[in-house]
Structure formats: structure tokens, C-alpha cells
Design a protein around this ligand. Structure first.
Ligand SMILES: Cc1cc2nc3c(=O)[nH]c(=O)nc-3n(C[C@H](O)[C@H](O)[C@H](O)COP(=O)(O)OP(=O)(O)OC[C@H]3O[C@@H](n4cnc5c(N)ncnc54)[C@H](O)[C@@H]3O)c2cc1C
Length: 315
């Protein structure tokens, strides 16, 4: 019975992620998301001012943050350059206003689909600004079409800027991630481990949740046993508990790891972890380009989708 329910949930997730390519449906879902207030639960604001207020509140509550200026898959040079400049301005404002936040970026927002060297230049330019302002940049991981190029660009810039400036994400649902995490942990860099949020085919990713969870636990063990700084990015109670066990068994100091969660997801658990003495970082997305991010959050939880659909029918 449980596996039937899980299969249905998996089908619904894939269906919704496929919808993300349909402009009209995306517009309808995001319109309803905004009207029903659900979008505001996951997206901190459309402006920097609104977002900094959220970050300050989180800081006062003892939570660290990483800011994602939403946007991805840009197809014109000017858009990629504009996103790069916007991120640099963001880094400047973070320093000026003394906001305790890193940033998270997506390489397709910096032009990876247009020209790899343009993307590399843009990433380098952001990292230079991060160096000037003493900040830290995590390169988010997008769908598996970009895994190899993201990894390669990350390694080039890791060599130039060092592990204290730039980190990367590993997705437990991909078969290749075990090898990737072994390679990357041996470099002692900063890694965020998550399950993975995109629609993937079974030749690249575990189709079943139970296998993704099993792999997450395996990769967690490798990551926490390595010299890497580990960011444990999950809301899954079983994964959180397993991480705590491994941290205890390995006698890991607090300076070697942190928990990370998304803005608006399991807020109670974020505070509990902080109260238990763990370092917790909240991933805070903001900006006007929030539709793809919002659709991925809907796809993760049928209840979110049902909430939006009910509102759609009422309006
Ligand atoms: C800090 C951070 C950064 C991330 N960066 C990336 C990235 O770069 N690339 C990438 O592919 N993915 C990224 N993700 C997303 C991640 O891959 C998963 O899609 C997402 O975190 C859900 O997986 P889970 O581990 O929480 O487990 P799940 O098994 O999906 O969820 C466990 C429980 O968490 C709660 N929950 C999870 N999602 C939601 C939601 N949307 N709404 C309400 N409750 C929810 C529910 O209670 C659920 O039962 C990131 C996640 C985090 C926390």
C-alpha cells in the first residue's frame, strides 16, 4: 500500500515538473500561488528590501542564511550579464548592511546555456566580488544535463578562489553522485548534500524515493567522514536523525558541518535544531523570477499542489 501511494506521489511530481515547460499553465499556477499566499511562504520577497527584513528576522532567531536571487535558464548574453551584475550588487549590499548571509547561484542564470566561457567569466566575476566583500558562494546544482559542466566550472574556480570562497551541491538521486562526492570530498571543499529537485530519467537517477533516501544516507556517511565542510540540506526527519547519529559516532566538531533548509519549509524544525545547538542555514530565495522555483516546491509535496488547485477552483 505504502509503495502504491509513493508511486502515485512520484507520478504526480513528474507530471508537475513536466508542466514547468508549459508557459500558460505555469502562469496560471503562479497566479494562483500568489493569490493564495502560498508563493509568499516559499519566496521571501520580490525586492531586496523585503528580503533583507526576512534575513534580519532569521538572524535575530539565530539562523544563518544563503540568498538566491531567483532566475535560471537565461538565453541571451545581456540577461546573463545583468544577473551577474545583480549578484555583485547584492554582495555589496550584504556587506554594506552587514547582513549575515552567503549567496547561492545557478550557472544557467549566468549563461551556461549560451556559452560556457561567458558563464565561467561571470562566475569568476561574482567570486572576485565575493572575495572583496568576504562572502561565500554556493553553486546550486540544476538538472543532470548540467551536472558535468557545473562540476568542471566549479573545479576551475575552486582552484582559483579556494574552498573558503566557493562550494557545490551534490544530489543524492543521481547514480553518478557517489563518484562525484568521493572526488569532491577528497579536495576538502564545501559540499551541500540534497536529494535533488528536477525531473530525471531512470537511466540517470534513482526513480524510487526509498532508493534516493538510501543513497542520501550513504553519501552522508562519505561526506561526514571526509575533510569536506558538510551542509546537510534536507527536511526529512529520517535523514536528519541519521546525520545526527553519524555526527555523534564520528565525533565531528561543529565547525565541520551545518544543517540547511528552505525558507518556509519545516520552520518549527529549523528552530528546534538551532535550540539543540546545531548551526542552521536557511536558503532564502527572492526576486521576481520565482515561477520555476515555486513549481519545484509544489512538486515536492502533494498537499502544496492541492492547496493551489483548491484556490484555483474557488477563484
Ligand atoms: C538548503 C537547500 C538547498 C537546495 N539546493 C538544491 C540544489 O541546488 N539542487 C537541487 O536539485 N535541489 C536542491 N534542494 C532541494 C532538494 O533537492 C529537495 O528537492 C528538497 O529539499 C526536498 O527534499 P527533502 O530532503 O526535504 O526530502 P523529502 O522526502 O522531499 O521531504 C521530507 C519532508 O520535508 C517536508 N517537505 C519537503 N519539501 C517540502 C515542500 N516543498 N513543502 C512543504 N514541506 C516539504 C515534508 O514534510 C516532507 O515529508 C535544496 C534543498 C535545500 C534544503
Amino acid at each position: 500500500m505504502v509503495s502504491v501511494v509513493q508511486a502515485r506521489v512520484g507520478d504526480m511530481r513528474n507530471l508537475l515538473l513536466r508542466v514547468a515547460d508549459h508557459e500558460g499553465l505555469v502562469r496560471l499556477l503562479t497566479w494562483t500561488g500568489r493569490r493564495s499566499g502560498l508563493a509568499q511562504r516559499f519566496v521571501a520577497g520580490e525586492t531586496m528590501r523585503e528580503t533583507f527584513e526576512v534575513v534580519r528576522r532569521l538572524e535575530q532567531a539565530g539562523l544563518d542564511t544563503t540568498l538566491d536571487l531567483l532566475g535560471e535558464g537565461v538565453s541571451r548574453d545581456q540577461e546573463a550579464v545583468a544577473a551577474t551584475e545583480a549578484y555583485k550588487r547584492l554582495l555589496g549590499r550584504i556587506q554594506l548592511e552587514n547582513i549575515p548571509s552567503g549567496i547561492s547561484i545557478k550557472l544557467t542564470q549566468l549563461g551556461l546555456d549560451i556559452d560556457r566561457s561567458l558563464c565561467s567569466e561571470n562566475l569568476g566575476s561574482i567570486l572576485q566580488e565575493a572575495e572583496k566583500t568576504g562572502n561565500f558562494v554556493t553553486v546550486d546544482m540544476e538538472s543532470s544535463d548540467y551536472t558535468q559542466s557545473t562540476r568542471e566550472l566549479f573545479r576551475d574556480h575552486l582552484a582559483a578562489f579556494g574552498a573558503e570562497r566557493v562550494g557545490i551541491v551534490i544530489q543524492a538521486y543521481l547514480y553518478r553522485s557517489e563518484q562525484d562526492i568521493r572526488d569532491l570530498t577528497s579536495l576538502g571543499c564545501n559540499i551541500r548534500l540534497c536529494k535533488g529537485a528536477y525531473m530525471e530519467l531512470p537511466d540517470r537517477a534513482f526513480p524510487k524515493k526509498k532508493d534516493v533516501d538510501r543513497n542520501f544516507e550513504k553519501l552522508l556517511d562519505i561526506m561526514l567522514g571526509s575533510p569536506a565542510y558538510s551542509a546537510i540540506a534536507t527536511h526529512d526527519e529520517q535523514m536528519i536523525r541519521r546525520a545526527m547519529e553519524l555526527i555523534r559516532e564520528k565525533g565531528l566538531p561543529k565547525s565541520k558541518y551545518e544543517f540547511q533548509m528552505l525558507y518556509g519549509v519545516r520552520r518549527d524544525r529549523q528552530f528546534q535544531l538551532r535550540n539543540q545547538g546545531y548551526r542552521v542555514r536557511v536558503y532564502v530565495p527572492f526576486g521576481t523570477q520565482w515561477a520555476p522555483y515555486f513549481i519545484r516546491r509544489l512538486a515536492e509535496r502533494p498537499a502544496n499542489l492541492l492547496f493551489v488547485l483548491k484556490n484555483l477552483m474557488r477563484s
